[in-house]
Design a protein around this ligand. Structure first.
Ligand code: EZ4
Ligand code: CO
Length: 419
């Protein structure tokens, strides 16, 4: 019999179902913009999902509020995988950073709800802890090599076992990733984009001396990382990787743009320095070749920008087959909701590598009270049921949205960069 009216539907409510009764977007700017989805169920349990896309926040807010929230009302909050498939495949226009951040927000909010209903911290639903804590790396940066090393020592004193080093490039007025405010660096800095001047030649000369001095000063028992922010060609990145080999960096991050995944073959041919990429990726399709050809060592895709916990687990599963470990993005534009999700994920995934951790300001932490905490270079998600993060809506309302952009780069002759 082919009775269409009797075909099963995802929105049908079964025994034990938990109907979604409300879904809405909350935008707040406690120093920087955050977009949060709050999903509430019939029995009052609610979950939070982060939908922040740095510099394009309102596009995702509108996508979620106008196009996704109407689809959620009445659905069973427990059907996480089916909801993911419905939003991804049902959109017809699949993927993309805006759409995948929107799906991520729903996915994380539903995991939060399921774990709260179960009365367990989320990592328990993901298979339980695979390790005791989540090792994180912090950012030490300074105008000069000496400043950067002084900062790195401060991070060591705070207990960090892994530190990303960025230093000003002599001859360039400003360098992305190098800030005046040390603890709370915020790259989205202006009402209209700041324009930085870039020179790969000057930059390439500046990094090996930084690493030489850092090993001399800090020794070998600390992991040292470096972020290129997609600013080199593959062959330039190959050279930098080779130049840094004697100092054994933990990884070189975002060496070159990865729209063309095969570009990493060229880097790989020239250096044994481990490679990490993927903070801007939105799906498994952005890293399939990178992983299958073992062109990278760490995949940096995050919960918020790559389709939530459900999709990030899929990426990690593929990566595990090829010896690629996770190294998730964890900058300040990922709200505490995403940071908590990253910690539950990181604690439970077998092929965890390292987690980035840039601290949020006290204002942000007050808007998003949370159970996770830092100790001895490690983060732990805490034992609260769910994600262990809340949103103080009254406080959030005191910080209205402010337009802000990431800087752009031009070469010394004015050419728009990155290549
Ligand atoms: O440029 O989060 O590794 N961290 C980084 C960050 C990113 C910003 C972009 O939104 O590269 O500083
Ligand atoms: Co980065």
């Amino acid at each position: 019999m082919n009775d269409m009216s009797a075909s099963p539907s995802a929105s049908q409510i079964h025994h034990g179902a938990l109907p979604i009764t409300d879904a809405r977007v909350i935008i707040t700017c406690p120093g920087r913009n955050f977009v949060t989805l709050k999903i509430t169920t019939a029995e009052g349990t609610y979950g939070l999902g982060d939908a922040t896309l740095n510099g394009r926040e309102l596009a995702v807010a509108a996508y979620v509020q106008e196009h996704v929230c109407p689809l959620l009302i009445g659905r069973d909050a427990h059907r996480i995988e089916d909801t993911w498939q419905y939003l991804y495949k049902g959109a017809y226009w699949r993927g993309g950073p805006v759409g995948m951040a929107a799906i991520a927000a729903v996915d994380v909010a539903l995991w939060d709800i399921k774990a709260k209903v179960a009365g367990l911290p989320l990592y328990q639903l993901l298979g339980g802890a695979c390790r005791n804590h989540v090792t994180v790396y912090g950012h030490a940066n300074g105008e000069t090599i000496d400043d950067t090393i002084a900062e790195a020592r401060r991070y060591q004193a705070m207990g960090y076992r892994a530190i990303r080093l960025q230093t000003g490039v002599p001859g360039l007025a400003s360098t992305y990733g190098v800030s005046r405010d040390k603890m709370f660096y915020e790259p989205a800095d202006a009402h209209l984009p700041t324009e930085n001047v870039w020179s790969s030649e000057k930059y390439l000369r500046s990094v090996p001396p930084l690493f030489a001095a850092a090993r001399e000063a800090l020794g070998w028992d600390v992991h040292l990382l470096h972020d290129i922010h997609h600013r080199l060609t593959p062959i330039e990145a190959g050279r930098l990787g080779k130049d840094l080999e004697p100092y054994r960096p933990f990884w070189l991050e975002d060496a070159t743009p990865a729209e063309n995944q095969a570009a990493f073959r060229l880097i790989r041919q020239h250096t044994t320095t481990p490679l990490a990429v993927g903070e801007t990726f939105s799906s498994i399709w952005n890293c399939k070749q990178l992983i299958e050809e073992q062109l990278i060592d760490y995949i940096r895709a995050t919960v918020v920008h790559a389709g939530g916990i459900t999709h990030l687990r899929r990426i990690a599963g593929l990566a595990d087959l090829y010896g690629v470990r996770t190294g998730c993005h964890g900058a300040t534009d990922l709200s505490p909701v995403s940071m908590a999700a990253a910690l539950h994920f990181g604690l439970s995934v077998p092929n965890f590598g390292i987690q980035e951790y840039m601290r949020h300001t006290a204002e942000t932490d007050a808007v998003f009270p949370h159970a996770y905490g830092f100790e001895g270079g490690m983060l732990s998600p805490g034992e609260q049921a769910g994600l262990g993060v809340d949103l103080d809506e009254a406080l959030a309302a005191q910080y209205p949205y402010r337009r802000a952009y990431l800087p752009v780069n031009r070469l010394e002759d004015g050419t728009m960069f990155n290549w």
